[in-house]
Design a protein around this ligand. Structure first.
Ligand code: FES
Ligand SMILES: [Fe+2]
Length: 398
């Protein structure tokens, strides 16, 4: 028996979809949760940086030698964004008045500091707001700091950690697709966890084979996260985790992992034979807007195919890599259209939905989401002011 919708969903679950203040509070709470920010491919060399969004707040990640550091993308002087492009290389120098920062986020080069502020740069004590950074394979995660002990990224991902690490090891930078969606990010997550809609919404692709039967597949929960594996092999998830950890994993079937709060990772056959890895993030922008950011690359596992299958792959890979984004965009558009229609009536929703056996993971997601928001609320309650993640109050120098 599937998890009942009314047990998994709060009756007012749709409030953050229509109320900007409720959405802002939700995002403030989620800013303390490990959130996917990008790939290490973009920060391979010293001084490389990329910009990302962490619970609607602009942040950037930069390499300083062997270390990756993260900061809120807001200057300590008068709050200008320090990084105004998606990625680049170079020191942290603000474009507004040329304040320069070191790798610890301290303002170390302030133009005409003595003259204008009556002291030297370091003595002013201006610093960037740091974020905590951790990696899993080539995936970079971040969260805002808190004054209480929290899970490491490895603890947060649990048995999913070796799987994500293995799936992320692309040999080349992933292809990137971006799609704006006029819908709340949670609706995007719900549809990715919904194995019931494929016949109605994707009649010519996923849905052409009819409905999935729960007894033919495996659903599994690990920590706050969940997965769907297209197999009935007992302990399929635990076996996959162990094989990924030991380096012996080979792709044999479709699987998808939903990592709270907003990352989806899938391994799928791109043309019935070769596997691709798919990373999708539903990036919250506003209560009724999000951006779907997708990265794609050939699965980084040795192929067990015979030589006559393997050999033409070198020739067919470029064609496959060119066609795949079209297919992904088409299926994505079908899902996103449905999310946008749901958003249009979200103000009329005041109760929990019915969940079928093949929508059970949506209920799991809602339970985990509520737990994550409650944890963030706890952080806010225990560290007032500091947990707001803002620099100290402005200094007016007279
Ligand atoms: S706002 Fe950044 S230097 Fe002035
Ligand atoms: Fe779909």
């Amino acid at each position: 028996m599937a998890l009942r919708g009314d047990l998994a969903f709060a009756p007012d679950w749709a409030r953050t979809l229509v109320d900007p203040l409720a959405f802002a509070h939700e995002q403030r709470c989620l800013s303390f949760a490990w959130t996917f920010l990008g790939f290490t491919h973009d920060v391979e060399n010293d001084g490389d940086w990329f910009r990302a969004s962490l619970a609607t707040r602009s942040v950037f990640v930069q390499r300083f030698g062997a270390e990756l550091k993260g900061f809120e993308n807001v200057c300590a002087h008068r709050f200008y964004p320090l990084r105004t492009k998606d990625k680049g290389n170079g020191p942290i120098v603000c474009g507004f008045h040329h304040w320069r920062y070191d790798g610890d986020g301290a303002a170390i080069g302030i133009p005409k500091c003595q003259e204008n502020f009556g002291t030297v740069s370091r003595a002013l004590g201006a610093r960037l707001n740091p974020i905590e950074i951790a990696t899993c394979g080539t995936l970079v995660f971040g969260r805002f700091p808190a004054q209480i002990r929290r899970e490491t990224l490895e603890e947060f991902l649990g048995d999913g950690f070796p799987i994500l690490a293995a799936l992320s090891r692309s040999r080349s930078p992933p292809q990137t697709l971006t799609m704006p969606v006029a819908a709340n990010w949670r609706l995007n997550l719900h549809i990715s966890l919904d194995d019931y809609h494929t016949v109605a919404l994707h009649p010519t692709t996923f849905g052409k084979n009819g409905y999935i039967r729960r007894e033919d597949i495996t659903y599994v929960r690990f920590g706050l996260h969940s997965a769907f594996l297209d197999t009935r092999v007992p302990d399929a998830f635990a076996r996959m985790s162990a094989a990924c950890a030991s380096g012996s994993f080979r792709a044999t079937h479709y699987c998808i992992f939903q990592i709270l709060p907003n990352l989806i990772v899938a391994l799928f056959r791109s043309d019935g034979m070769f596997f691709h890895c798919y990373f999708q993030q539903s990036v919250p922008v506003a209560h009724d807007r999000s951006i779907q950011s997708i990265r794609l690359f050939p699965a980084p596992f040795p192929a067990d195919h015979a030589w006559h299958v393997r050999w033409p792959r070198t020739l067919s890979d470029p064609v496959r890599n060119r066609l795949l984004p079209h297919y992904v965009r088409r299926v994505g558009r079908e899902d996103n259209d449905a999310c946008e229609r749901l958003q249009q009536v979200a103000h009329q929703v005041d109760k929990a939905p019915f969940l079928s056996a093949i929508e059970e993971r949506i209920g799991w997601f809602e339970q985990s989401y509520r737990q994550l928001v409650a944890e963030g609320q706890d952080v806010l309650a225990k560290s007032p002011g500091k947990a707001e993640g803002r620099p100290a109050a402005g200094h007016i120098l007279t």
